[in-house]
Design a protein around this ligand. Structure first.
Ligand code: SF4
Length: 621
């Protein structure tokens, strides 16, 4: 059974790679049955041939299967010839992709040299929105499309002659005035922006195309890709998808945010090539992307999960699953965090699970504690701060010593049936802990939520996952990929990550908060939207990001954009509250939302000026 809501995917309850058309990019193939292709992008100046060759080789040796290089002008595009020759001389024939913005002529040059050219519909012909024109007549709109055709068709001819592939790469932050006036800053606008180009390509019989729709907002990125698939299907197209979250940042934040966005789609078998954008040396992106791709493909041919219909959610429009509030969980409360230990930082979980270990422990009353049912039955505890966890609904129902306010009850998808729902659905003192041991835990837990939603059950649900990881990166990528997608679709009132390997409780707590933040359901620290850097970058991004972080990390509710150049930065930092953007060599321009506040500040004073701006605007704490 198929509903309008899940047009984007053929298999909601079993992992299968979503099949797309195969596209040749030099000596590799992307899409079809091919494994997910891992790519990265150089951050060197493209005119510095040796540096760019060196960095490309580091990406390739780390396992990168495609290397993207910025080509902002004709000179850079021409220099791709030398870079390509240097890479070949070193014995590597990895395909190269030229990244083009604002300059169709650079695309014409690059398309004769490299195996793939990326153009951005937001600035290939139309310019990124500057809101000077907000209304377009139908005639003006059609003229806009004709202008695209004029520039695009010559590029298609060159691509055909040279067997060059084309990426139509839409960025959420750089939609044109024409798109913004018709669709606003939405996934629909991103999809239509790509579709205009695709229709022209198909009309001119050019099909060597890959699509991307990226955003630094994971929810927008996921919805846009789903909508793209549905829209392509309606128009008889099936081009491969390149996935990425823009400006994801560095370290833990960058990994978790990328895994939430990219992982949510990979978990549904969507995505033919991925790039994880980190504000780190680009070769660091490759193993992270590889781990992510492998994690999801490992679940192929998994044991069946019984499908649940009808599909009770809209995959293109976020809506929180409506549950009732039980103490501070569910209803309008922010998603809670449960952990196995207290926190040493100010990101404090609301509930600490102690198993049987409460006896003799001095309670820290800033927390609440969860203990197993046997310990609960044996002793008296402070009922305001200690709550029982029952291993089944029956044990909870049979207990004559339940908490009057809050009882946790473990459940898994396979236990949720009409009998279970009869027993639990109308309880006002229960919070479910939804667990899974299924290798496709994401689909298993989604099926469980669908059953609860279809039955109208309003009992809050904590999503719990248990891992056995020994490195923090592995835990972050897996848990963010498994849990993020559920939160992005409005499911879950809290998170509980348990790990049986060698990772500290504090790191697990931080990861749980990080997943909630990246899924946009709970903000608990300053969000940095920092670009990964490329040949246009005008300052040391990593050093500057570190300094800005050190001075502003206590400003919990702010989003700060740190962008390497003024060409794409202001658009790509999208919904940042403040922006620190490279305006020229040694010069920084500061933004408040999308508005320029201070122009061309010498770099050495720019961080101080940013702090002053935040203070002047009353956002400093
Ligand atoms: S914002 Fe500018 S410097 Fe940063 S990655 Fe984008 S184009 Fe490159």
């Amino acid at each position: 059974m198929e509903t309008k809501n899940n047009k984007f995917i053929q298999h909601l309850f079993s992992y299968q790679k979503q099949l797309t058309q195969e596209v040749a990019v030099g000596n590799i193939k992307i899409g079809g049955n091919n494994p997910v292709c891992i790519q990265s992008m150089t951050s060197t100046n493209t005119l510095k041939t040796e540096e760019t060759i060196g960095q490309s080789l580091r990406i390739i040796k780390a396992g990168g299967e495609l290397v993207r290089i910025t080509a902002q002008g004709i000179r850079e595009a021409e220099n791709l010839e030398n870079i390509k020759a240097g890479i070949h001389q070193a014995g590597f024939f990895t395909p190269l992709s030229a990244d083009i913005h604002f300059n169709p002529k650079a695309a014409f040059t690059a398309a004769k040299i490299v195996e793939k050219v990326r153009i951005n519909p937001g600035n290939f012909v139309d310019k990124r929105a500057n809101f000077t024109k907000t209304e377009f007549t139908e005639e003006e709109y059609k003229t806009g499309v004709k202008n695209i055709e004029k520039q695009l068709v010559p590029l298609l001819k060159i691509c055909k002659q040279h067997q060059t592939a084309l990426r139509i790469g839409v960025n959420h932050g750089s939609l044109s005035d024409r798109m913004m006036s018709s669709y606003g800053d939405t996934p629909e606008g991103m999809v239509e922006s790509a579709m205009e180009f695709l229709r022209i390509c198909v009309q001119h019989n050019f099909k060597n195309i890959i699509i991307s729709l990226k955003s630094s907002n994971t929810r927008v990125m996921v919805q846009a890709n789903r909508l793209m698939i549905a829209r392509m299907e309606m128009e008889g197209m099936n081009f491969p998808l390149h996935l990425g979250v823009t400006e994801a940042g560095e370290g833990e934040d960058g990994r978790i945010k990328s895994a939430v966005g990219i992982g949510t789609l990979l978990a549904d078998g969507i995505g033919d090539t991925i790039r994880v954008s980190l504000t780190e040396p680009p070769e660091n992106e490759v193993p992270v992307a590889k781990k992510m791709a492998d994690y999801f493909t490992e679940r192929i041919n998994h044991p069946p999960i019984e499908p649940v219909f009808p599909v009770p959610i809209d995959f293109y429009d976020y809506k929180k699953y409506d549950t009732q509030a039980v103490v501070d969980i569910g209803g309008n409360n922010p998603a809670v965090v449960i952990s196995g230990a207290e926190s040493k930082t100010d990101r404090k979980p609301e509930y600490i699970y102690l198993g049987h270990k409460l006896v003799g422990k001095t309670l820290d009353t800033q927390y609440n504690y969860i203990i197993d049912e046997r310990a609960w039955e044996q002793q008296e505890f402070d009922p305001r701060h200690v709550f029982p966890l029952y291993s089944s609904a029956n044990n909870y129902l049979l207990s004559d010593k339940k908490s009057e306010t809050l009882n946790f009850v473990s459940v898994s998808n396979k236990n949720i049936n009409p009998d279970y729902l009869n027993k639990i659905s109308n309880r006002k003192d229960v919070v479910m802990i939804l667990e899974t041991k299924h290798i496709n835990g994401f689909a298993d837990q989604r099926a469980a939520f669908f059953k609860l939603m279809n039955a109208g059950c309003r009992v809050p649900v904590i999503i719990k996952r248990t891992y056995t990881e020994n490195t923090l990166e592995d835990l972050q990528l897996k848990s963010a990929g498994d849990l993020g997608g559920l939160f992005l679709d409005g499911m879950g009132d809290g998170i509980w990550i348990e790990n049986k390997g060698e990772i500290s409780c504090q790191d697990i707590i931080n990861s749980a908060f990080g997943i909630l933040q990246a899924s946009r359901v709970r903000i608990s620290k300053t969000e940095y939207i920092s670009c990964p850097g490329c040949g246009r970058t005008l300052f040391d991004l990593q050093k500057t990001t570190k300094v800005i972080r050190e001075r502003t990390s206590h400003l919990k509710n702010l989003k700060i954009g740190i962008m390497g150049c003024i060409v794409n930065g202001p658009g790509e930092m999208a919904d940042a509250d403040y922006g620190y953007v490279g305006a020229g060599p040694g010069k920084i321009t500061l933004y408040k939302n999308k508005k320029v506040i201070k122009k061309n500040i010498p770099e050495e004073h720019a961080v101080d000026e940013l702090i002053r701006l935040i203070k002047d605007c009353g956002d400093w704490i």
